[in-house]
Write a protein that binds this ligand. Structure first.
Ligand code: NAD
Length: 269
């Protein structure tokens, strides 16, 4: 981690009037949840097609078997790590105004973040495909133990309340995220490979550039003043292109140091 970039990030955070945090799977790696991509990524072990909506409809029994094995059994007991706590701390201090997360693991909420936009839903809940009743993790685990696929009291099949490949982003999450990205003067982009659209367009919108995908919608404000800082173990397609700089390292370590620095040297309450 470059000391110079680290101090610069602290200074920018301290002076931000509307900082937004945008997170991906990398922030939860230190909580024991593997990311999709990279050497330890899930896609090296399982075929991504099991999260395709079409596959779920075709074979909900097998989909649920894999979902339970890969996510459900341990995601419910996963605990937030220092990175999640640091993000919550920055929100409590009034610096961070919202957290846009691509994660489906509920760990920002568990760490105490309040203003969380779940761009890809939340795997800890499931929804009936017929009547749309929402079930909690405990209820789903209870039903799954008795029958697969789990079904609702009305007889409809339950689907995890996370966005599958081929499924639309929840409209409220999409519009609020775009508004927050268009409004912020700092976007802290943590642990995302920035390859999944439309989420990957948010840093472009923050920077005041119209991403190709949304050019026809005129999303984004050209020449908007905004810092985009990445925290990631590896450079991404945003690095040196959209982000001002990258703090290369583990999210837990970098964010805990940032909070410590803001507390001891810059009067963070
Ligand atoms: P990704 O798997 O494509 O990329 C993970 C990124 O995190 C990589 O750039 C990697 O270098 C970085 N990283 C890994 N460990 C890190 C650490 N300790 N500190 C900082 N950075 C680290 O993830 P993505 O970009 O979020 O996109 C994939 C999709 O996967 C998302 O839409 C998300 O819904 C889903 N997903 C979520 C979870 C979760 O909820 N925890 C887990 C896996 C996948």
């Amino acid at each position: 981690m470059m000391a110079e970039d680290f101090s610069r990030a602290c200074e920018i955070l301290k002076n931000a009037s509307h900082a937004v945090v945008f997170t991906g799977a990398g922030i939860s790696v230190e909580s024991g949840i593997p990311p999709f991509r990279g050497p330890d990524g899930l896609w090296n072990k399982v075929d991504p097609s099991f999260l395709e909506l079409e596959n779920f409809f075709r074979d909900p029994v097998n989909s649920w078997r894999l979902i339970k094995e890969i996510f459900y059994d341990f995601i419910g007991s996963a605990k937030p790590n220092p990175a999640h706590f640091a993000v919550a701390r920055l929100e409590q201090a009034g610096i961070v105004k919202s957290v846009i997360t691509q994660n489906i693991d509920n760990l920002h909420q568990k760490a105490g973040s309040r203003s969380v936009i779940e761009f890809h839903g939340n795997m800890l809940y499931a929804k009936c495909l017929e009547c749309e009743r929402r079930y909690s993790y405990a209820e789903v685990m209870d039903i799954v133990a008795r029958r697969t696929p789990p079904s609702c009291a009305c007889g409809g099949v339950l689907k995890p309340d996370a966005v599958f490949f081929g499924e639309a982003i929840p409209p409220d999450a999409l519009s609020t995220s775009f508004e927050e990205a268009a409004r912020c003067d700092l976007m802290l982009v943590i642990g995302t490979s920035a390859q999944v659209e439309p989420a990957a367009s948010l840093p472009y919108i923050a920077k005041g550039r119209e991403p190709m995908l949304f050019r026809f919608m005129h999303v984004g404000r050209p020449h908007k003043e905004c810092h985009v800082i990445e925290i990631n173990r590896e450079p991404t397609p945003l690095t040196g292109h959209v982000s001002d700089f990258i703090i290369q390292g583990s999210a837990g370590e970098a964010l805990a140091l940032i909070v410590e620095h803001l507390k001891s040297r810059m009067g963070l309450p």
